[in-house]
Design a protein around this ligand. Sequence first.
Ligand code: G3H
Ligand code: 13P
Ligand code: ZN
Length: 311
Amino acid sequence: MALVTTKEMFDKAYKGGYAIGAFNVNNMEIVQGITEAAKEEQAPLILQVSKGARKYANHTYLIKLVEAAIQETDLPIALHLDHGDSFELCKSCIDGGFTSVMIDASSKSFAENIAITKQVVEYAHDHGVVVEAELGTLAGIEDEVQVSAEDSSYTRPEDVQEFVEKTGCDSLAIAIGTSHGAYKFKPGTKPQLRFDILEEVEKRLPNFPIVLHGSSSVPQEFVELINKYGGNMPGAIGVPEDQLRQAASMAVCKINIDSDLRLALTASIRQFFAEHPEKFDPREYLGPGREAIKAMVKHKLVDVLGCNGKA
Ligand code: G3H
Ligand code: 13P
Ligand code: ZN
């Protein structure tokens, strides 16, 4: 099997009422933990790379790791650029073998967002690559950009049809209350996604794949381990998994998860060093970290996304 685009996965996910997991990758252990989980669950997969990940790990290393994942699993895997912030970055990933790119011009005006997205779509489609765009702004941190809760804004359903028609994008990320990072809702408040907005979007864009960013659920067992072993993350709160499951049963075909990978790995490593302060072989602490990622991803594939057995 070679790298695939998200076209077929999304068609099947839309019809089947489930979503594909899009997991951020930064190094070998993360790629392995995710793909081993997907292999055991026979789940289609999106491995996504941010601008920061590409800078950290190097484009070629990441491509080769993803090629190895395909060779080892024979699963349909898409390699996706997460939060591309310019035409040049998207072009570089398209030219370098990615099968899907996101152009995130959501912080720009509606007209500018349309113009830059359209430019990326034209280049991508000429090269057999699909494009995710974004309308509405999520709170939280993406690469170097920090968006405060006050500056975030829900997607306006009345804009989505015009945006998709004018840009030709293949999927659309919308803002319905998720946000990036581990602090998504104020402690003491009830986390609640705006399903009314999702329903309105779905009505206006029938059979069109919707994407949810900022969809880590921030499992409290990881936060507790981190806090127990020298970390300091009080008030870390994620999106309730039952709400993600509901979104997956609707028009949402792609659910983005990064923070939960970071939490699983960090909790495991902190615990390891607390219990074995004398050890210093990276394999001894990265190995359990990889297993922690694998277990967490298996749970997402089966209990949240519902994409197990759909490869
Ligand atoms: O949405 C952002 C992703 O979690 C990627 O984060 O830019 O720190 O790699 P990063
Ligand atoms: P989380 O921070 O909730 O994992 O979101 C990741 C994401 O949206 C990547 O684009
Ligand atoms: Zn995101």
